[in-house]
Write a protein that binds this ligand. Structure first.
Ligand SMILES: Nc1ncnc2c1ncn2[C@@H]1O[C@H](COP(=O)(O)OP(=O)(O)O)[C@@H](O)[C@H]1O
Ligand SMILES: [Mg+2]
Length: 404
């Protein structure tokens, strides 16, 4: 019965695929039919851009919005299927093993999923993904096999038409993490907080690290930023191995290369805004002037004020000025707006936006607010000590557009 319907669909699709010059339109048609027949909420077709090693959506159906993103190959369900060429079927994300997916950020929360590779005769070129079965029935083997065949047809069409996608150019790597493991002593044993993190951070990008409280965001950034030692794995910064640095190397590196902004402003109460910034400028070799840093965060009028005379948002801007005055290559910000109201948060985020745009710096910002992720170039999602997805916003939102 099901098989018969599938045969009909296959013929229809075959015709469409072979006729079409519009490959994405044909795949949209395929997705629509499949979601209808399999009674699913949504679906997507991803293709691999080999140069960028990222997946680009070429078709989507259901309440999802992938128009603006690409996903890292090898991560999340779609990335794993494309990298390994093996189908993944998840009947229930709550009870089954679920590596995460960019779907969770761009549409309905994933409950069930069928994801099959787009494989032509020689290689895997992407994947086809169906999400959230509406009935309580799971995806069965027959359905999986038929989807695999349709996907193979699709892959052959893509090859035949010479269809290509582009996820944009690859940027220069500034920091490279491989297999990072972090354990803390806990009772008699250890608590493994980071369970094998692979991540590159590029020159001049705004990365947001997103995840629920306790998933390991701060631990990860503390390691990248040389504030904590890793248990295992490798950390390469600007071509130098910092996996097991001496304290002296670490201090120098932190001082010269990095700026930090935290949820707490940590300003010295007996120094004015400008003196707080000057104090840091005096520690490094090639700072900008304190005046310039204060001007960049829009506080020139308040430069002579003590922290107690400034609002929370203004104090946070002083702490950003203190971070940028060093002319750092990278600025780390751990929940910088968590203590601020909405309006003030937007103002602070605008300062970060300008830093990335005008100075070519890299900003790595931790947040648990998914709305803030919209302004990032890349969103790294952390779940329980592993990266569950990395997505790229091809057109990041402006801070002023964010609403929560
Ligand atoms: N110094 C530490 N010693 C022991 N456990 C820690 C330490 N730092 C963090 N943890 C634990 O590691 C986990 C992740 O913490 P953290 O990285 O701060 O999470 P997040 O920033 O995502 O909220 C938590 O369970 C936390 O209790
Ligand atoms: Mg934290």
């Amino acid at each position: 019965m099901k098989n018969k319907r599938f045969v009909g669909v296959m013929f229809e699709l075959l015709e469409q695929l072979l006729d079409t010059e519009e490959v994405s339109a044909a795949f949209s048609g395929m997705l629509e039919m499949l979601t209808r027949i399999l009674n699913c909420e949504a679906g997507a077709v991803w293709l691999l851009d080999k140069d960028a090693d990222r997946l680009v959506p070429i078709a989507q159906t259901g309440p999802v919005n992938f128009t603006n993103i690409s996903a890292e190959n090898g991560l999340g369900v779609e990335g794993l299927v494309t990298r390994d060429g093996k189908s993944i079927v998840i009947q229930d994300t709550m009870t089954g093993e679920y590596p995460g997916s960019v779907f969770d950020d761009c549409g309905p929360l994933v409950r069930s999923m069928l994801c099959v590779p787009l494989r032509n005769l020689t290689e895997v070129v992407g994947c086809l993904q169906l999400v959230n079965r509406k009935d309580s029935q799971g995806f069965d083997e027959e359905e999986q096999q038929l989807c695999e065949r349709l996907a193979a047809l699709g892959a052959l069409t893509i090859e035949e038409k010479g269809f290509r996608v582009s996820a944009g150019e690859r940027k220069q790597v500034l920091i490279s993490l491989r297999g990072i493991i972090k354990e803390f002593p806990s009772g008699d044993g250890v608590l493994r907080v980071l369970k094998g993190i692979d991540l590159d951070i590029y020159q001049n990008e705004f990365v947001v690290i997103l995840g629920e409280s306790g998933c390991g965001k701060s631990t990860l950034v503390n390691i990248i930023a040389g504030m904590d030692h890793l248990t295992d794995g490798s950390l390469i910064i600007d071509g130098k191995d910092f996996s097991h640095p001496t304290d002296r190397e670490l201090t120098r590196f932190r001082r010269e290369y990095l700026g930090f902004v935290f949820q707490q402003y940590n300003l010295m109460p007996n120094l004015t805004a400008q003196e707080n910034v000057q104090f840091i400028a005096d520690l490094v070799r090639d700072p900008m002037t304190a005046e310039e840093a204060i001007a960049k965060v829009g506080l020139t009028e308040r430069a002579g004020n003590f922290p107690s005379m400034l609002s929370g948002g203004q104090q946070q801007r002083v702490s950003i000025a203190r971070a940028i005055v060093k002319n750092p290559k990278i600025i780390f910000a751990d929940e910088p707006t968590a203590a601020l109201d909405y309006q003030t948060s937007i103002e602070v985020l605008q300062v970060f936006e300008q830093i990335v745009q005008s100075r070519g710096s890299t900003v790595v910002m931790i947040t648990h607010n998914p709305e803030i992720a919209r302004m990032a170039n890349r969103v790294v999602k952390l779940r329980n000590g592993v990266i569950s997805s990395i997505r790229v916003n091809l057109h990041p939102a402006m801070a002023a557009e964010l609403v929560w």
